[in-house]
Write a protein that binds this ligand. Sequence first.
Ligand SMILES: [Fe+2]
Length: 193
Amino acid sequence: MVKQEIFKEEINYIKSATIRNSAKALVDAIPDYFFEEAASSTGKYHPAYSLGKGGLLRHTKAAVRIAKELLDDPVIGNKYTTREKDLMIVALIMHDSFKRGVIPEKYTRADHPLIAANFIYEHKDEFSLSEEDALFLQKAIASHMGPWNTDYQGVEILPVPKTKWENFVHMCDYLASRKCLLVPFDEQNHITV
Ligand SMILES: [Fe+2]
């Protein structure tokens, strides 16, 4: 499986060649199960297109596309630098990448934002990420769940978004999980519009 090919469109949204190369290496590190997984096993929390085989991939692509659409509007996009926009796209590509852990477990890990965030930070050299960029990604990914920051027992385990970049990443993930917003996909998991 050529993982970079699957995320080709999303990687091409990234303007900086350096960050684009890091994104390619990051995408290659996404566990295989991610590409088969549904975004929600119950269907309770996600729109129809993100259910079933490949649902998590489609959810991720929808979140990235929502970011791209918002950032293309200068009233919204001009509030961020090109680097910040690039890194928010990378954060969204990677936000659910370790949903069932580094070594696949049976169920979704409530702390999956921290697993992805820390994996990227700890391996930053392998992904050719600067300390600053790795920290940006770590924070944005760790807080992407927004107010849903507890484990299954209700204990707070995740940070909530604090900066405008963390807010933006959470907002895009949140919009991509709304049942009223349907993104059209073809059989190859490409967005058709
Ligand atoms: Fe998500």
